[in-house]
Design a protein around this ligand. Structure first.
Ligand code: NAD
Length: 424
């Protein structure tokens, strides 16, 4: 598992305030009824739990955990679970709202949710992590379930954590419930292709974007921030497609080589040592420098708010693919738009993960599992269709891809809300 080390919070602005501001802006552009905005700007449910855990030295520590459901108008809520020392309730609320839009944009039958536990998973032993996960699952057990709310991995969590949630939930129900979480290991009902799915979705979006510019991936210079699930697979796929990955980074190191970094070597080094630090054949750069290196495509795949009004005007890439959720602040967005940078927004660019999570949920409910090419080709269809719907709205209304994607997504959730009516 790759986790993050961040002694100071990476959050400069309140992410939930940003998410609401984005919604207000889109409601304005697309003339969405204020009465609907009043519903959509709130989270349906936010649970805060205390998770007491006996540590290996016999002491007890109570961790704080969150599970937030933003909206269920289009189906059960879906969203990742983050283990990170900086997690806040407002961050989880923002991430839950973005999940609602992401699922709607992909046109899959889910609403949005997110969860988090304030902890540093790197500092916990495997046993401590397991006990914390199982207790957290027990604390939220009445709120999750295949028809209700379905967690998945996010920063600091992985298939092992999902397996513990699946097992704890199933033990309490008395039978195996495959549909309760996605991102499970393959031997307990995971889907082929899920591990790589988010990065694959990013790749498909970049391919569509360069195609619109009548270019190809061959020789395109790419910088990738974050070398975890999303960033490392994206760097690998881009290199395999002939792009030159000029810079990569994780929380401990940044590397730059204008002739291209040897990605298989970087993956092996990270696997062996747990860090990119010490990889030969590239110069050291800081994470701040990585964001402004000379390249064609920049893919921030770590945390939120890394491109801000302080560095946006120095970004050299002509395409930014948001592998991470919320890596660009609204003020940076404006600067990038003025510069003519094509931003592939998070709810489009990193939606591949939730799409294959949807496939995993369907396979789990049917107990019938698909071959990997089938998963990948269905993923490509869905992401490419969403890309082209967004592109069309962006051209038609002469607006950037982010408001265009939100317009499509929020419109779908608003429509579902109107069709269902407001209970009672
Ligand atoms: P991960 O824990 O596997 O990897 C995170 C990576 O970011 C690690 O390599 C870490 O070292 C690096 N990192 C942390 N702080 C950094 C910093 N300041 N500078 C540079 N690198 C830093 O997490 P992940 O699952 O790859 O998620 C990354 C982002 O993608 C998150 O924003 C997450 O919400 C988003 N996302 C993930 C998925 C998924 O399926 N995993 C789906 C959609 C979106």
């Amino acid at each position: 598992m790759t986790t993050v080390e961040a002694p100071e919070s990476h959050l400069r602005e309140n992410p939930f305030a940003i998410a609401r501001e984005q919604l207000a802006r889109v409601a304005d552009i697309f003339a969405i009824d204020q009465r609907l905005v009043n519903i959509l700007q709130e989270c349906k449910k936010a649970l805060v739990v205390s998770i007491p855990v006996t540590l290996d030295d016999g002491t007890i520590q109570a961790f704080e955990g969150y599970r937030v459901t933003h909206n269920v108008a289009r189906g059960p809520s879906k969203g990742g679970l983050r283990y990170h020392p900086d997690v806040t309730l407002d961050e989880v609320k923002a991430l839950a709202m973005w999940m609602t839009w992401k699922c709607a944009l992909m046109n899959i039958p889910f609403g949005g949710a997110k969860g988090g536990v304030v902890c540093d998973p790197k500092k916990l032993s495997r046993g401590e992590l397991e006990r914390m996960t199982r207790r957290f699952t027990s604390e939220i057990i009445n709120e999750i379930g295949p028809e209700k709310d379905i967690p998945a991995p996010d920063v600091g969590t992985d298939g092992t954590v999902m397996a513990w949630i699946f097992d704890t939930y199933s033990m309490n129900k008395g039978h195996s419930v495959l549909g309760v979480v996605t991102g499970k290991p393959l031997n307990v009902g995971g889907s082929l292709g899920r591990l790589e799915a988010t990065a694959r979705g990013c790749l498909y979006c970049i391919q569509e974007a360069v195609r619109k510019k009548e270019q190809g991936l061959e020789g395109l210079r790419v910088a990738v921030q974050g070398f975890g699930n999303v960033g490392s697979f994206l760097a690998r796929f881009l290199a395999e497609e002939g792009a030159t990955v000029v810079a990569v980074s994780d929380s401990t190191a940044g590397l730059y080589n204008p002739k291209g970094i040897d990605i298989p070597a970087a993956l092996a080094h990270k696997q062996e040592t747990g860090t990119l630090r010490g990889l030969r054949g590239a110069d050291d750069i800081s994470n701040e420098e990585l964001l402004v290196v000379d390249c064609d495509v920049l893919a921030p795949c770590a945390l939120e708010q890394v491109i801000t009004r302080d560095n946006a005007d120095r970004v050299k890439a002509s395409i930014i693919c948001e592998g991470a959720n919320g890596p660009i602040t609204p003020s940076a967005d404006e600067i990038l738009e003025d510069k003519g940078v094509l931003v592939l927004p998070d709810i489009l660019a990193n939606a591949g993960g939730v799409v294959v999570s949807y496939f995993e949920w369907v396979q789990g409910l049917q107990e019938y599992f698909w071959k990997e090419p089938e998963v990948n080709s269905k993923l490509r269809d869905i992401v490419t269709r969403a890309f082209n719907e967004t592109w069309h709205v962006s051209e038609e209304r002469d607006i950037a891809m982010r408001p265009a994607s939100y317009g499509v997504a929020v419109g779908r959730v608003a429509d579902a809300t109107i069709t269902r009516g407001l209970y009672p």
